[in-house]
Design a protein around this ligand. Structure first.
Ligand SMILES: [Zn+2]
Length: 111
């Protein structure tokens, strides 16, 4: 079982770094980096790092393919989060009163 994916950065193979050099003298190339699949980068919240070797490659990918990505997930209307705005009276370190405004998310679906 392969334990890596090739970096999806469209210009990964054009970066001049020693670790990308492959081949023998006279026919050397710069090759796309492998991205090792670890428990760290394959966890759900870290999934972007399982496809890209660096933030530079991720940004290059996003800037190159942003229109296709947006076409897959278009935003045609604004999203909203229900909140309560609560104003609380408090005192600072010196005992001066001030009003603290808190925004509290309201779960309308959870009952
Ligand atoms: Zn890369």
């Amino acid at each position: 079982m392969s334990n890596f994916v090739w970096c999806h950065g469209p210009s990964c193979h054009k970066s001049h770094t020693q670790d990308r050099i492959r081949g023998v003298k006279g026919s050397k190339v710069l090759r796309t980096r492998k991205v090792a699949q670890t428990t760290w980068n394959t966890a759900e919240h870290m999934s972007m790092y399982s496809y890209f070797c660096s933030n530079r490659c991720y940004n290059n990918f996003a800037n190159t393919y942003v229109r296709e990505i947006i076409a897959l997930h278009p935003r045609t209307e604004a999203l909203e989060t229900s909140i309560d705005v609560v104003k609380e009276q408090a005192t600072d370190y010196f005992g001066h009163p001030y009003t603290n405004t808190k925004i509290i998310a309201v779960d309308n679906n959870g009952g």
